[in-house]
Write a protein that binds this ligand. Structure first.
Ligand code: ADP
Ligand code: MG
Length: 686
């Protein structure tokens, strides 16, 4: 977007946002809609009638022929089923039909979406219901109406509803605390989220040749390229023209959808990039991130490339995350995590900070669980992504403030420290009062927290839901306690001090990648849940169930169903990976070994030696594949936790064994016979 008037007009051209709505909907109905959204009350039917009518006119004028309820089932992706506007008018002609009925409720025959036992296939009914708080948009000539998705029994089957519920919980509890602090003006709370999206771009022609990338989204075999990321020459490097062309088209498509794509740059690993949008309210940010991934996938395809969101598509180099920047503000625009210039005196900030720290310390398993996916297991805990131990980084200045509060000594601030003063550049710049920490899973970055654990492919809905919920849960306890007090305002400081003191152990400013950290964390009593398999059983623990049900996020049945889906998904992915690997070994790699052996003319000593080594490796691979197949068959036959144990244990071990031999073969086989594009080709061709 170059900022010309014409281009500015294209921004949000395909989004039915408030500005556009007011051109199609009578003012009285708009006013009513705004009020309902602000006060979270039910929209009257006549207003929904007006909105449906305006939406239809806008969509038809903008070339839409179909509409769909657009929802976010528990697959973590989005779902849509298009309906034409066209209906016969009974006189041989047709008319365009779309009214409140179609807007507010859909009935997708959704028996094939994961429900974790909440719905049997004979009770196929699922409902989608319009979410009037997020704007409709047009994608490929289809009017998309963001909706929630629930079962006939009323239980929710999607990722959006719990997010909305968690906002509601946080809204209620934060307002209670604000009132106790003497804030009479704020009427609602807004959660702001900006999700940084990392991804890889590789040539489509090479992708097509690899079954592992096509079926699993990551490479299951592949020897290191001679060059990885050791020269640190890719990060923030000049972006190649092919990639610029891709980013340009992505930006244009996103801007039309009203998504404010803001930063773009090369990431650490070769062929890795990042895009960050301007932050917005959590519900919108979640919708936008789903759309962003879709736009990126398609745009890459048009450019002859493939966009990979898997958390660890290539071994040995960095994986991709999705950093969730999260803050909480009042409707007056005041950020509750903003420390101001004198944090030590900012009572409200310190209380909200203490509440959040307590929440992270008490519910680390829940946060960990929200990022526990097969792909992310390969990423977390490497020397590149946050470790699996949850801790919080707040920076030196805040840590000093907190320690002064705990010790009950006055806090002596540091003088603003000049960074450069008119010598090297003709400017005076002061140093930020704290450095950044890139190794912490939860880092305070000035006025927001950056949750760095989520994986690049996953929906941000659940991580944000849990961030909201743990804060809501703590604020509830705080409000309960303060309400009991004869002088709530005086009780705030001692309460804040107690919370900070009790939960000081969650703060860690050191290097999270340092091998000594897990041991130190263990001494502090912090959990280190390294894998999804270790994490899943923690999900339905008593304290988590209490937090989630008391704050109205899930019912007991919804928790059980999500647990089941989580487990099934993990096992499903591992089983597909194992099958794919077997196919690659048996149908191609062993054949390549034989072909190479047959081509060797053993008249020279070196050729004999190579043939012997290759033959021996071929034999080992053949046996390792057999062993993998046996474990796979066992995993496929098991259920529940036993299946989880095999899929996350033995199956992965057997796969690692096969991979090791494949990678040795790749490094030594005559290149003419190796059947797959190598890491060098995949990562250094664009
Ligand atoms: P980084 O230096 O961490 O990579 P980026 O600029 O890539 O920073 O991304 C930061 C993200 O945080 C952006 O999406 C930005 O809009 C978002 N952000 C900024 N301020 C806030 C805030 N107060 N609340 C939530 N998100 C925010
Ligand atoms: Mg960034």
């Amino acid at each position: 977007m170059k900022g010309t008037e014409e281009e500015k007009k294209r921004f949000g051209a395909l989004l039915f946002d408030a500005g556009t709505m007011s051109r199609y909907i009578p003012e009285a109905s708009m006013e009513c809609w705004r009020n309902c959204v602000r006060t979270r009350t039910v929209l009257p039917e006549n207003v929904a009638d007006d909105i449906a009518d305006g939406m239809k006119r806008w969509a038809l004028e903008n070339g839409a022929t179909h509409y769909t309820h657009w929802f976010q089932p528990l697959t973590g992706e989005t779902a849509e089923k298009h309906e034409g506007f066209l209906v016969p008018d009974g006189e041989g002609g047709c008319r365009m039909e779309f009214s409140r009925r179609e807007l507010v409720r859909g009935e997708p025959d959704a028996s094939s979406f994961p429900s974790g036992g909440l719905r049997s296939t004979f009770e196929a009914r699922g409902y989608s219901a319009w979410d009037p708080t997020s704007f409709a948009f047009i994608k490929d000539g289809v009017l998309c109406i963001p909706t929630v998705f629930l079962a006939y029994s009323g239980e929710v089957l999607d990722k959006k509803t719990p997010l909305l519920r968690s906002q509601e919980a946080l809204n209620t509890q934060a307002l209670r605390v604000l009132r106790l602090l003497g804030d009479a003006g704020s009427e609602s709370i807004r959660v702001n989220v900006g999700a940084e999206q990392e991804y890889f771009l590789i040539p489509k022609a090479l992708y097509e040749k690899r079954e592992d990338l096509k079926l699993c989204g990551r490479t299951l075999i592949g020897a290191d390229a001679p060059k990885k990321q050791e020269l640190e020459d890719h990060y923030f490097g000049a972006i190649k023209p092919e990639v610029i062309a891709f980013m340009h088209d992505v930006n244009e498509a996103l801007w039309e959808l009203g998504i404010c794509a803001k930063t773009e740059h090369n990431e650490v690993a070769p062929a890795q990039y990042e895009m960050a949008p301007f932050f917005t309210d959590a519900n919108t940010a979640n919708d936008q991130n789903q759309l962003t991934m879709e736009v990126m996938r398609r745009t890459a395809d048009r450019h002859g490339m493939v966009c990979l969101f898997n958390e660890k598509p290539f071994a040995g180099i960095n994986g991709s995350g999705k950093h969730v920047n999260w803050s909480v503000a009042t409707d007056q625009g005041e950020n509750l995590f903003s420390p101001g210039s004198t944090p030590a005196e900012n009572t409200r900030f310190l209380l909200f900070l203490a509440a959040f720290l307590k929440g992270v310390d008490e519910y680390p398993e829940l946060l960990r669980c929200s990022c526990a996916y097969a792909g992310n297991d390969q990423r977390l805990g490497g020397q590149e992504a946050p470790p699996a131990v949850i801790s919080v980084f707040v920076g030196t200045e805040l840590e000093n403030v907190i320690d002064a509060i705990i010790r009950e000594t006055p806090y002596v601030g540091r003088e603003a420290d000049p960074l450069l003063a008119g010598k090297d550049v003709l400017l005076s710049l002061s140093r930020d009062n704290t450095d950044r920490n890139r190794t912490s899973p939860v880092a305070f970055t000035g006025n927001k927290f950056e949750f760095r654990m989520p994986g690049a492919s996953q929906s941000i809905a659940t991580p944000v839901t849990y961030l909201n919920t743990i804060l809501a849960g703590e604020l509830k306890e705080i409000a309960d306690e303060l309400e009991q007090s004869a002088a709530p305002k005086e009780a705030v400081k001692p309460l804040t001090r107690r919370l900070l003191k009790d939960h000081r152990r969650i703060l860690f400013s050191g290097n999270g990648y340092d091998p000594s950290w897990p041991a130190e964390a263990e001494k502090r009593g912090l959990r280190n849940l390294r894998t999804t398999a270790e994490t899943i059983p923690e999900y339905a623990s008593e304290k988590n169930v209490r937090l989630l049900t008391e704050n109205g996020i899930y019912s007991l049945r919804e928790i059980a169903s999500r647990n089941e889906i989580h487990q099934e998904k993990y096992c499903g992915i591992r089983i597909i990976e194992a099958r794919t690997m077997l196919m690659m070994i048996r149908r191609r790699i062993l054949g390549a070994v034989s072909a190479n052996l047959a081509a060797v003319d053993r008249s020279f000593t070196f050729e004999k030696r190579i043939a012997e080594d290759t033959g021996a490796r071929g034999n080992r691979l053949f046996n390792a594949a057999d062993a993998l197949e046996k474990v796979l068959a066992r995993a496929e036959a098991l259920e529940g936790e036993e299946k989880l144990a095999v899929c996350s244990g033995e199956l992965l071990e057997r796969m690692a064994e096969c991979r090791k031999i494949c990678d040795e073969l790749e490094k030594t086989l005559d290149a003419r016979f190796w059947p797959y594009p190598t890491y060098t080709e995949l990562l250094f061709s664009i």
